[in-house]
Design a binder for this molecule. Structure first.
Ligand SMILES: C[S@@+](CC[C@H](N)C(=O)[O-])C[C@H]1O[C@@H](n2cnc3c(N)ncnc32)[C@H](O)[C@@H]1O
Length: 254
């Protein structure tokens, strides 16, 4: 996978992308991440990237020209992405914005299917509307709150996508068992010591009975989802028996 990030603050990515799973995925050649400084795509002497909003109001707005220039340069110089029948690049251009569609596990899995994409990090009051209308192919929000810039949002999106790439994680099973991957929250996890301050690990996990452990985990997963995120149950893929179990658990919870 090839990810291009357009930002005014390239250094912000240095730490997060040089540690842990993302670093390993880069080292293994599973993902290439190119950080492009939006300022490099300005044409004026002072490398101006923003200006005050038409109509007045506080703050500054990112100008359209450097963003259009940057995306054009990536498409012509870097991109390995194909073209549509109309001869247009099929490279997805994603804008990080609190006004976008909410990023969730499903979106992470969907975006991880792309071989290549561009992420645009806004700043200040955001980007000129013409960028949204004529450059961007999708808009992504990581939650209903306002960040100072799109950089942290881009890191969240990249991390969640890269975890999906085959070979990125140590164990292939981990992705499927994580909260949200199965449509449910994950079951409780325990490690040594068996007894900590008098709090014991559940007996079943020590039993060595794999079927019983799997059953307990699934039940815990369902119970935890009912208590914390009942909204997830509507979309979760459950067997008829699990649906019956959920109904019973819901009655117990009342
Ligand atoms: C201070 S915000 C601008 C918000 C803008 N005035 C609005 O109300 O939509 C600056 C930049 O941070 C990024 N940003 C802020 N919150 C975000 C969120 N929840 N998800 C994704 N990006 C976000 C966007 O790139 C945005 O352009």
């Amino acid at each position: 996978m090839y990810i291009h990030i357009l930002t005014l603050f390239p250094n912000m990515f240095t730490g997060p992308f040089s540690e842990s799973i993302i670093k390993r995925a880069i080292d293994r050649g599973l993902v290439e991440i190119a950080i492009h400084n939006i300022r490099d795509y300005t044409a004026d002497r002072h490398h101006v990237v923003d200006d005050s909003p038409y109509g007045g109001g506080p703050g500054m707005v990112l100008k359209p020209e450097p963003l259009f220039e940057a995306v054009a340069a990536i498409k012509s110089e870097w991109s390995k992405c194909g073209e549509s029948e109309k001869g247009e690049s099929e490279l997805p251009v994603l804008l990080l914005t609190p006004q976008g569609r909410l990023f969730d596990q499903r979106a992470a899995e969907e975006l991880a299917e792309y071989d290549e994409l561009i992420l645009i990090c806004g700043h200040y009051e955001g980007v000129d509307e013409r960028v949204r209308e004529h450059l961007v192919t999708d808009e992504i929000s990581i939650g209903d709150y306002i960040l100072s810039g799109g950089e942290l949002a881009a890191m969240v999106v990249v991390d969640a996508m890269v975890r999906q790439l085959p070979g990125a994680l140590g164990s292939g099973e981990s992705v499927g068992e994580d909260s949200h991957s199965s449509g449910l929250l994950e079951y409780p996890q325990y490690t040594r010591p068996q007894s900590f301050r008098g709090w014991e690990v559940p007996e079943v996990l020590l039993s060595g009975n794999h079927a019983a452990i799997a059953r307990w985990r699934r039940e815990q997963s369902l119970r935890r989802t009912i208590r914390r995120r009942p909204d997830l149950l509507e979309r979760a893929a459950l067997s008829d028996e699990e649906r019956r179990l959920v109904a019973q658990m819901e009655r117990e919870e009342d």
